[in-house]
Design a protein around this ligand. Structure first.
Ligand code: ADP
Ligand code: MG
Length: 572
């Protein structure tokens, strides 16, 4: 086979394909250019999702008349001059590819005027070739209009989706950049109708209200800029409270140095921050900005520059996870190591002359009553208002009244949460209770390996388990909290948990075991509770850092606000 050098127009079309995949990619590149040109106002107009027409107008620095043609040459850029510059890129563009790529697959008109020049220039290109040039009046700034995208690349054109889909891609890019640059005023028009505007106040929260609406905006929790400890990594942004969740990860929006990025690890860091707060299979809404010195991140790894590579990805992961987590628990004071609960436990121990244990309901009041004094007068750790128990429904839900409405509490989920926080807050191993007679428990082969691996963790959590040959284990003791549980059942259940925990990389084994123990120890649905027991449960919940979800992320309670009640009864 002979080897041919491709004609320049074919080569540039192939290169263009990497940069301009669809109308929204052209919009994105043009908006990046406007931002790099220090624009304050950026107006984007789109028709038919950008297939027939799109334009981006800015009030930035403009291009000197003498350089306008040059801007459309491949690898022509004002943002980079030496290879060394690649190590500390501060602009969104740097390759000098966008304008040439867009021009090679469409009909482009640019009107631009540099601030220092009297008049501007209008330049028209078709398929990359200049077809017209004339002087043109304009306020300083640049307008680029792209018509008939892919008119000369039918294969590309046919791959475009419906107007609506293309339009959504455009929306995504505009909102991303509006979020990344709250100081800029963006306006977006679809088919001559304005569909989005960002206020340009410089406050991220104002943009988020414009993007997500007031209702979501009001609930958002701020992630305060926190410097990374090891490297200068600054994380900021907003996270939605756990009560607000979505069915996919698309509402975890990440920016690195003002650039929207796709990064599954960092997305996971955010999801990880909601650990135990969200129901299984649900995802948070979050906007997280990472800022770090440009030499700490390589932005030159992806044609559309939407992926980056960090010098120390683990440090960035930790910084993001920590900052988001802090924002989520900030509403309630975080229990300090050796905090109130530990002090209470030690006091309990002194008074009773035996290790503190968490007796399961139905005699739970002993624990909470004893814990109360050490927490201090009126001191509440959680974000719950004081609740007054009204009664129980269906032996499953506790009804309580708060200053702001009616609460329905799932007794099992709530008790799981209470036990979980008490256990995670403890400092020493868990109290264990000997079983009446050591019992040999055979576990399924796949679980046996997990029990072996998790043996140390199990024995630190109140189990006393040892290998007994083959897939059999000898159980001598169980966590006291489990009361008189059946040893075989308890071990098998934990073995299952160990299996699940192993597939979730970042989850501490111990925490998974604790969750499984709490699940088993918690009062079940269908159990009638005395008033004292219900009160103990509610007090315990009030002391929790995260009282509103169980350790598996399901809600512990539903609130009917006073306003809601009034509305339902037509009083408002
Ligand atoms: P890059 O952004 O990577 O430099 P582009 O092809 O997007 O490459 O743009 C080429 C050059 O054209 C830029 O470096 C810049 O000097 C100039 N330019 C493009 N768009 C604008 C604009 N809106 N305002 C001012 N200058 C612009
Ligand atoms: Mg560019």
């Amino acid at each position: 086979m002979t080897i041919n050098v491709l004609p320049p127009d074919v080569a540039s079309q192939i290169a263009a394909g990497e940069v301009v995949e669809r109308p929204s990619s052209a919009v994105k590149e043009l908006v990046e250019n406007a931002i790099d040109a220090d624009a304050r106002d950026i107006r984007v107009e789109v028709r038919r999702g950008g297939k027939t027409f799109l334009s981006v107008a800015d009030d930035g620095c403009g291009i000197p008349a003498a350089d306008v043609e040059l801007a459309f040459e491949r690898h022509a850029t004002s943002k980079l001059s030496t290879a060394g510059d690649l190590d500390h890129i501060l602009t969104l563009g740097f390759r000098g590819e966008a304008l040439s790529s867009i021009a090679s697959v469409s009909r482009v008109t640019m009107v631009t005027r540099a601030a220092a020049e009297e008049t501007g220039v209008l330049l028209r290109l078709e398929g990359g070739a200049v077809v017209h040039r004339q002087p043109s009046g304009r306020a300083p700034g640049t307008t680029v209009t792209v018509e008939d995208l892919f008119f000369n690349v039918p294969a590309r054109r046919e791959f475009l989706r419906t107007d609506l889909t293309e339009r959504r891609h455009v929306d995504n890019w505009i909102t991303r950049y509006a979020i990344a640059y709250p100081g800029l005023r963006f306006a977006l028009l679809h088919d001559d109708r304005e569909t989005f505007r960002s206020p340009g106040t410089g406050h991220l929260h104002d943009v988020l209200v414009a993007v997500y609406g007031h209702e979501v905006g009001e609930t958002l929790l701020e992630v305060f800029p926190e410097g990374g400890q090891e490297r200068p990594i600054l994380v900021s942004g907003f996270v939605a409270p756990p009560s607000f969740h979505r069915s996919n990860r698309q509402d975890v929006t990440l920016f690195v140095n003002g650039r929207w990025v796709q990064d599954s690890r960092l997305t996971y860091a955010v999801i990880q921050a909601y650990h135990t707060f969200l129901p299984v299979g649900r995802y948070p809404l979050a906007v997280v900005m990472v800022n770090l010195p440009p030499e700490e991140v390589d932005v030159n790894v992806h044609p559309a520059k939407v992926e980056v590579r960090f010098r120390d990805a683990d440090a960035v992961f930790r910084a993001v996870q920590r900052a988001a987590r802090q924002a989520l628990v900030a509403k309630a004071p975080i229990p300090s190591a050796g905090g109130a609960a530990t002090a209470a436990r030690m006091a309990w121990q002194e008074r009773h002359g035996r290790p503190f244990s968490h007796p399961p309901l139905p005699e739970p009041h002993t624990q909470a009553q004893q814990l109360q004094p050490e927490l201090g007068m009126g001191e509440r750790r959680g974000s719950l208002p004081p609740l007054r128990v009204v009664g129980q429904i269906g032996a499953t839900y506790v009804v309580a009244e708060g200053p702001d409405g009616l609460y329905l509490i799932d007794q099992h989920a709530a008790h799981e949460r209470v036990l979980y926080e008490q256990m995670m807050d403890r400092q020493e191993g868990l109290a264990s209770q000997q079983v009446l007679e050591p019992q040999a428990v055979e576990v399924p082969p796949h679980a046996a390996a997990r029990v072996m691996e998790g043996m140390a963790a199990l024995n630190g959590l109140g189990f006393d388990v040892e290998p007994f040959g083959g897939t059999t284990f000898l159980v001598r003791a169980l966590p006291a909290i489990l009361g008189r549980a059946e040893p075989a059942e308890a071990l098998l259940e934990v073995a299952e948990t160990l299996g699940e925990a192993r597939s979730r990389v970042d989850e501490a084994l111990e925490e998974a075991i604790v969750r499984s123990i709490c699940k088993r120890a918690a009062v079940k649905a269908g159990q009638v509770l005395t008033r004292e027991e219900m009160e103990e449960l509610v007090r315990g919940l009030e002391r929790c850092v995260s009282p509103r979800t169980c350790p598996h992320g399901r809600p512990t309670m539903i609130r009917l606000s006073v306003d809601q009640l009034a509305r339902e009864f037509g009083r408002q």
